[in-house]
Ligand binder design. Structure first.
Ligand code: ADP
Ligand code: MG
Length: 229
């Protein structure tokens, strides 16, 4: 699914910051992977590269055998629209849109007809257990419910790759565990490849594999013993 070869990402400012100092790893289709590491170790930068939101300074980033860094901006934008979806710590819902409209957004962007989109929206809302909340505004929901809406929005386009940046970071531990159980069941039912950045040991323990970053490098990469539950 994803192959990174000696990926370096640096940011030029007053001084150059090397966020990723040479990352080599591959992620197979259907894996569920946690990325952990201290703040500033490059986790979000790595996730953004995997999502085609940014390009490496050097090295290769192959998606289905194609080097995303060498693709045109147009091809990368198609990749972002059709092949990858994102969930964030702070949900990033549109506050003035109803739940249903928020979930429909990526389908509208992809040019799906209103009728088809409406069916798909109901389907994914049911998948996250929010079939009765379609008419609500985000403000009327709890944090856990908002994250479910964001997950429904991420599922709407049936993208094969789901990237999550601290998805339980704003939730109490009980709500966090519910979200993790939901992600785990999505992974099991849809065989979606999931890469999740997290500080949460519960989150790492539902994954099959844990990659630890430190100072922009892979410090450790291995199977989670007893993971995947
Ligand atoms: N857009 C940016 N411009 C300059 N420096 C950045 C930018 N994004 C991240 N960095 C720097 O890159 C390093 C890694 O950041 P990040 O990937 O956000 O780490 P993490 O998500 O692990 O906390 C940090 O030193 C951060 O300050
Ligand atoms: Mg981060």
């Amino acid at each position: 699914m994803l192959q990174l070869r000696d990926v370096v990402k640096s940011y030029d400012g007053k001084s150059t910051v090397t966020a990723l100092a040479g990352i080599t790893l591959s992620i197979a289709p259907g894996e569920m992977v946690a990325i952990m590491g201290p703040s500033g170790s490059g986790k979000s930068t790595l996730l953004n590269l995997m999502g085609g939101l940014d390009v490496p300074t050097s090295g290769q980033l192959l998606v289905a055998g194609k080097d995303l860094a060498r693709e045109s901006e147009k091809a990368r934008s198609l990749f972002r629209r059709n092949s990858v979806s994102y969930i964030f710590q702070a949900y990033h819902l549109m506050p003035t849109l109803r739940v249903r409209q928020n979930v429909a957004l990526p389908l509208q962007l992809a040019g799906v007809s209103a009728k088809k989109a409406a069916l798909q929206v109901e389907r994914v809302l049911a998948e996250v257990g929010l079939e009765k909340r379609g008419d609500h505004l985000p403000d009327e929901l709890s944090g856990g419910e908002r994250q479910r809406v964001a997950i429904a929005r991420a599922l709407a386009t049936d993208a094969p790759l789901l990237l999550a940046d601290e998805p339980t970071g704003n939730l109490d531990s009980a709500r966090g565990r519910e979200i993790l159980a939901l992600l785990r069941s999505i992974h099991a039912n849809r065989n979606t490849t999931i890469v999740m950045v997290t500080h949460d040991h519960d989150a790492a323990s539902v994954c099959d594999r844990l990659i630890r970053l430190r100072d922009g490098r892979v410090e450790d990469d291995g199977v989670v013993i007893g993971g995947g539950r």
